[in-house]
Design a protein around this ligand. Structure first.
Ligand code: NAD
Length: 294
């Protein structure tokens, strides 16, 4: 028997709902204009997790009626080659979104490549101009994972205003942009990271904890206030004790124990992962609408 009392924040179901509404939106726009939206996902090398993510993104595009212009380069591809592909896609009028799947092989400067993406096609929201717009509270394309977290909170009517919110992790991909989005919703914000002393003391004060550290079981029941909301962004591949040689995905939160006292919790898988893809597709459609003037 499970001792779970927490309500599940079902990112998978919400992502499905968002994708269905995007499909309708694309269909109705296409009755006015003569081309579908286009998304280019660029991948370099054979990182197995990246392959799965790219395949999922392209599959979702196909289901929604978004054309894929993706390219998969071998791991030894030069900076110049990837750069030229990005510059070509910037010019291609049928492409509304460009995403470089991270991580890139070590010999490629990912920041320099991300900065080459035209800001209007930067559907991952990582270009300095879009990050700057976020800092200033201006409209712009927002990073997908943090946007997915915010959408889950909104959907389940979990109030951020004035609440103590702790974000564990300060990466440019998740922690920092998420902190800015939470501030924009008037959260009283703490960012914890690898140098934080007494992490448990910090998280225990929080009404909402978002874990984005990439450390399995970092967040345990003792670190969470009873009734708090716990969002698990982490995706960690760990050996599966039940099947030798196989792996399973876990988050940063010890789900079974934390779910015994939290008020709301996201599962892994089925939480923020699918929301990240949904936000990417939404950004692509937003960019498409802006570019078509609709
Ligand atoms: P990262 O390695 O760039 O950053 C990790 C952050 O966590 C750092 O800021 C570090 O200071 C902090 N940290 C590490 N150990 C810590 C500890 N013991 N205590 C407190 N803070 C600690 O990682 P990232 O790119 O931000 O990703 C974080 C996690 O989220 C990873 O598991 C990644 O796979 C996952 N992720 C998931 C999605 C999704 O779609 N759900 C998207 C992006 C990243």
């Amino acid at each position: 028997m499970s001792d779970r009392i927490a309500n599940i924040l079902d990112g998978k179901a919400l992502a499905k709902k968002i994708k269905l509404s995007l499909k309708d939106r694309i269909e109705s726009i296409q009755s006015q204009v003569n081309r579908p939206p286009g998304l280019a996902v660029l991948m370099v090398g054979d990182n197995p997790a990246s392959k799965v993510y790219v395949r999922n993104k392209e599959k979702s595009c196909g289901k929604l009626g978004i054309n894929s212009y993706g390219r998969h380069f071998p791991s030894q591809t030069s900076f110049e080659e990837v750069k030229n592909a990005i510059l070509e896609l910037n010019q291609n009028p049928e492409v509304d979104g460009i995403l470089v799947q991270l991580p890139l092989p070590e010999h490629l400067d990912s920041v320099a490549l991300l900065n080459l993406i035209h800001p209007d096609k930067d559907v991952d929201g990582l270009h300095p101009l879009n990050l700057g717009r976020l800092v200033r509270g201006e409209e712009g394309l927002r990073s997908c994972t943090p946007a997915g977290v915010m959408r889950v909170l909104e959907e389940y009517e979990i109030e951020c205003s004035g609440k103590n919110v702790v974000v564990v992790g300060r990466s440019i991909l998740v922690g920092k942009p998420l902190a800015l989005m939470l501030l924009a919703k008037n959260a009283t914000l703490t960012i914890a990271h690898s140098r934080t002393q007494n992490l448990a003391g910090v998280t225990r004060e929080a009404d909402i904890v978002v874990a984005a550290a990439g450390k399995p079981n970092l967040i345990s029941k003792e670190m969470i206030k009873v009734g708090a909301t716990v969002i698990d962004v982490g995706i960690n591949r760990i050996p599966n004790p039940e099947e030798e040689g196989k792996f399973r995905l876990v988050g940063d939160v010890d789900f079974e124990s934390v779910a015994q006292s939290a008020g709301y919790i996201t599962p892994v898988p089925g939480g923020i992962g699918p929301m990240t893809v949904a936000m990417l597709l939404e950004n692509t459609v937003l960019s498409y609408q802006r570019r078509m003037g609709i």
